[in-house]
Design a protein around this ligand. Structure first.
Ligand SMILES: *Cc1c(COP(=O)(O)O)cnc(C)c1O
Length: 389
């Protein structure tokens, strides 16, 4: 059977289409006025001073690391239960990566284990330069504790909030920068809002914003007309770093800016779908996502955990059965260090036991704003059928 109900899907309105078409008819397809408007909209929404738009969250993570000076000889730490991009960004910069196991309830990086690992790392002079906590599914990490540890041990923080635009922590929007140096968002079509491909980094530091702007566009900055008039040479831009072409186009920004109008609505829809699952699945032999009281999740994902302690069907059997019913269930995520590329760097199965437990039990159910009650009920029935013996 083909997949009839995906786990995630974009929501595109006629307004979104009209805004993109308006840019197509305008003078600038890229480097025009819409990218800064979209940046302002996200910065304002998050309560951050600066926002830097790029062509993906992967690019945003890369230039965030570069702006914070990550390079050879440095160590970056993140969680194993994330998309590979959260770890790859450190390797792009020539740094080493290491992983901290997850919390058994939130599935986010475990802040107590972080504290232990930092104490050990200090003894052997191997403290991380940057930590990348990931707000899995849209639920915030324990940022107050992580921030406190960053002050004690002197590391910087990049929040990978690819799942979490529109989410809140202690009543404040993710991306405000209260507990971190830089926050990164993804606008891939399965995420909360989309630009096709796209990402954004928010910060309250002018110097970090300027460094990221430099790295997203070749390391080049524009010069005023009066600069450099030696020997009558024309000298209107200069490259001062080795940067990249990571720019977002105005076409993408127009879609993103238009989607921002519905961001709160999207998050509300996702919360409603999560509540319906919570209620409908309560008596089944599985665990629904637990929510910390400090968190208002954006519910990018809704992973159930299959425990099967008494010979019930296991994760793999249920996953296959749901797929056969046309439901695009998925797994978020295989622990990053289990990937062949990482295994070749010396990591091994079992490195983070709690992450492995989660990996062997989790199944992401469909959740996206346009998921109808009818389709959700079909998913719920299929889960009920699949979990009973
Ligand atoms: C999607 C995702 C990314 C990468 O986002 P892109 O915009 O596709 O580059 C990074 N980290 C996490 C946690 C993600 O879910």
């Amino acid at each position: 059977m083909t997949i009839a109900i995906p786990y995630g899907r974009q929501d595109i309105s006629q307004d979104d289409i009209d805004e993109v078409v308006a840019v197509l008819r305008s003078d600038f397809l890229t480097q025009g006025p819409v990218v800064p408007s979209f940046e302002n909209s996200v910065a304002q929404f998050c309560g951050a001073k600066y926002a830097v738009a790029v062509n993906s969250a992967t690019s945003a993570l890369h230039i965030a690391c570069l702006a914070l000076g990550v390079g050879e000889g440095d160590i970056v730490w993140t969680t194993p239960i994330t998309f590979v991009a959260s770890a790859n960004c450190a390797l792009y910069c020539g740094a080493e990566i290491d992983f901290i196991d997850i919390d058994p309830f939130t599935y986010n990086l475990n802040a107590s284990l972080l504290a232990d690992k930092l104490a050990e790392a200090e003894k052997i002079g191997q403290l991380p330069k940057v930590l990348i906590p990931v707000h899995l599914c849209g639920q915030s990490c324990d940022m107050a504790k992580i921030y406190e540890l960053s002050l004690k041990y002197g590391f910087k923080i990049i929040e990978d909030a690819s799942h979490a635009i529109g989410a809140k922590y202690k009543g404040e929007p993710i991306g405000s920068g209260r507990y971190s140096d830089i926050t990164v968002f993804s606008f891939h079509p399965v995420k909360i809002i989309t630009t096709g491909e796209g990402g954004m980094a928010t910060t309250n530091s002018e110097s970090l914003a300027k460094r990221m702007q430099l790295f997203r566009s070749h390391g080049i900055r524009a010069l005023s007309d009066k600069a450099h008039h030696l020997n009558n040479e024309i000298w209107n831009y200069e490259q001062i770093e080795l940067g990249f072409n990571y720019r977002m186009t105005d076409l993408q920004a127009a879609l993103g800016l238009s989607q921002m109008d519905r961001l709160n609505y999207f998050v509300e829809c996702r919360n409603n779908i999560a509540s319906r699952y919570d209620e409908a699945l309560v008596d089944l032999p599985l665990i629904t996502p637990w929510q910390h009281q400090d968190s208002n999740s954006s519910y990018h994902l809704y992973p159930i955990r299959i425990k099967a302690p008494f010979g019930e069907k296991n994760q793999r059997e249920i996953y296959d059965e749901l797929r056969r019913s046309g439901i695009g269930v998925n797994l978020h995520y295989i622990p990053v260090y289990r990937q062949p590329f990482y295994a070749s760097r010396g990591f091994f199965a079992g490195y983070c036991p709690e992450a492995e437990n989660y990996y062997h039990q989790a199944i992401s159910l469909p959740i996206f704003p346009a998921l109808s009650h009818e389709d959700q009920d079909y998913v719920i029935d299929a889960v009920k059928k699949a979990t009973v013996i």
